[in-house]
Design a protein around this ligand. Structure first.
Ligand code: 2AM
Length: 186
């Protein structure tokens, strides 16, 4: 199958820099599963807005439109593998104070995809990540302790790679898809 990217030149026309990351959106079934968990998170943790739920593959940081365009052009040339991942571990990450549902990199497709993302991002000048890939979805911020949460096995299918803009708005942060690419099913 040929990769198909979606995104227009208009998406890459901003002045200055934007905060970007590459990731995956949950499908509707996953989103329903995750939504059912959000009301169960006790305060003072602040649940993430449903529309902001995502799995980060590679945080890019500040980027010009030109650099983002170069990255997307490079990724579009490749046959990037689809993957699956199971998220079933509740974790509290103290330093960012986030509650997340995490898993392991078990699918070789995910390892290969991540390597390709790293290579392309480095080639267009993005700094390497500070931590190894730990697949997770953040469900709440400002989490101080790990609450008792129901067990959950989220089977996530990574079939579309998304470039997100992390935008600060009056209503808080919003993760806006700028561009996407169909991943290749092996
Ligand atoms: P996370 O919630 O999946 O951990 C946009 O800022 C997103 O990028 C955040 O939701 C966070 O994803 C991730 N992120 C932010 N800063 C990061 C950093 N320095 N390193 C890695 N991921 C980061």
């Amino acid at each position: 199958m040929k990769n198909k990217s979606v995104g227009s030149a208009a998406e890459f026309a901003w002045q200055g820099e934007r905060r970007l990351f590459l990731g995956i959106l949950p499908d509707s079934h996953n989103a329903r599963q995750l939504s059912s968990l959000l009301p169960q998170i006790p305060p003072p943790a602040k649940p993430v807005a449903v529309e902001n739920l995502h799995l980060t593959l590679l945080f890019l940081g500040q980027s010009t439109a030109r650099q983002a365009q170069q990255l997307c052009d490079a990724l579009s040339q490749l046959s990037l593998p689809a993957f699956s991942v199971v998220l079933d571990q509740w974790q509290l990450w103290p330093s960012p104070a986030v509650l997340c549902l995490a898993g392991e990199v078990a699918d070789p497709g995910l390892s290969e995809l991540y390597l390709q993302l790293l290579c392309c991002a480095a080639a267009v000048g993005f700094a390497p990540p500070q931590h190894r890939l730990k697949p997770h979805i953040t469900l709440a911020r400002r989490s101080k302790t790990l609450p008792a949460m129901p067990s959950m096995q989220l089977q996530l299918a990574g079939s579309t790679l998304v470039l997100f803009h992390s935008a600060s708005t009056g209503q808080g942060v919003s993760y806006r898809p700028l561009w996407q690419l169909a991943l290749t099913q092996c």
